[in-house]
Ligand binder design. Structure first.
Ligand code: ZN
Length: 203
């Protein structure tokens, strides 16, 4: 399986990082080694001093597709959850300044924890999915899928022009505003439609 991540998909977050507004979806990938097993803690890596959380909705791809039309894109995902796109912001800023790829800042081990998938049909408000994260018991990010610059369907259509999607792949769909640092000892709790999905610690 592969993990595809969309960047710059919420206006307020694009502004908080002082990035340009995208005219089409921008994406990057993480390898399977970015997964974090359920119940495990996230090991703070030794190569960064500024690891940021980015709380995101994560789609589950349910069938293989290439060059998918936006109108039929909803047939290609069946379930959703919430996850963290961990980012070594210090390394990412250096990569951006040099025009280098982002892998060392984004694709490192355990950088993509996510919860169990919930069927789209079981959501209370599929037209505007709320999600969020509590850091040490305090809300730090709360998002609404209606605030996305590019819809799920647009993302699937765009990504599949370049990369074939397979059953079991997942797509992180971008973070709303409120990203920030984690520290050793922190506890992260993730929510989908106000329902707690999973939690883990930083060690
Ligand atoms: Zn992200």
């Amino acid at each position: 399986m592969k993990i595809i991540c969309v960047g710059r998909n919420y206006l307020a977050h694009v502004k908080e990082l002082d990035n340009d507004l995208p005219t089409e979806p921008m994406f990057f990938m993480k390898p399977e080694t970015a997964l974090l097993a359920p119940g495990e803690s996230f090991p703070y890596p030794d190569f960064s001093k500024e690891i940021h959380y980015e709380t995101e909705l994560v789609l589950h791809i349910c069938k293989t597709g290439k060059a998918i039309d936006e109108k039929s894109a909803s047939e290609y995902y069946d379930a959703i959850t919430v996850g963290i796109d961990f980012t070594a912001r210090d390394l990412q800023n250096r990569c951006k300044a040099k025009g280098h790829p982002w892998e060392i800042a984004k694709a490192f081990d355990y950088s993509a924890p996510f919860g169990e998938f919930k069927m789209i049909g079981a959501l209370k408000h599929p037209e505007d999915i709320t999600f969020g994260m509590k850091l040490n018991g305090k809300w730090v990010q709360q998002g609404h899928s209606r605030d996305m610059i590019f819809s799920f369907d647009r993302i699937i259509s765009h990504v599949s022009r370049f990369v074939t999607l397979n059953e079991g792949d997942c797509i992180f769909t971008g973070t709303p505003q409120g990203v920030g640092e984690v520290h050793i000892g922190d506890k992260l709790e993730l929510f989908l439609e106000d329902e707690p999905m999973f939690w883990f610690g930083i060690n």
